[in-house]
Design a protein around this ligand. Sequence first.
Ligand code: COA
Length: 165
Amino acid sequence: MEEFGVLQLHRNKHFIKDCCAVINSEWPRSETARLHSLEASCDTLPTSLVLVKKLENNGNKAVIGHSKITPIPSMLGSCFVESVVIDHRYRGKGLGKFLMYKTEEYIKTLGINTVYLSTKDKEDFYSKLGYVRCPPVSIYGSFSSVQKLPVIISPSKKIYMKKKL
Ligand SMILES: CC(C)(COP(=O)(O)OP(=O)(O)OC[C@H]1O[C@@H](n2cnc3c(N)ncnc32)[C@H](O)[C@@H]1OP(=O)(O)O)[C@@H](O)C(=O)NCCC(=O)NCCS
């Protein structure tokens, strides 16, 4: 894996457009809105991490993946991981797992020990990394207001998962 690395986007701003393209190839959104969200990355959360690959021909690096760590202000010691994506050409090679482990390593350096995430159809991927199902978590406020509104939760079939680091 030495040809791969995981970097903080805000310390490597020249990757921002390529990072935007990788995310938008999976979840299309206006480039302006996406760039705006990526530009919020900072040392305190939110932080976007980019998975880069060293190119053989010139030694430059190409962005091939992304993860975003978001704070949960109401839950000290916890964070939310979202927008985890690997460029479709590089999937199925263990790089999603590598990116998640590096993301967790980074989270631990912040003194955070519980990671939450939500997913519609990648439960098996996250289970293999040690995540288990949990009640819905809102990054904006209390849980109970979300749990009492099944009409919001059920159409998307989104599930929540957590892992203690
Ligand atoms: C989900 C994603 C990040 C996985 O990345 P990846 O590089 O293909 O995954 P890896 O090769 O590291 O797989 C790690 C393990 O998870 C398994 N796995 C990967 N994707 C899976 C899936 N969709 N369903 C079930 N298992 C999966 C692999 O078989 C592998 O198992 P193993 O350790 O027993 O060999 C990638 O498929 C992706 O970017 N998908 C589109 C975006 C997305 O849906 N992101 C998640 C949002 S919640």
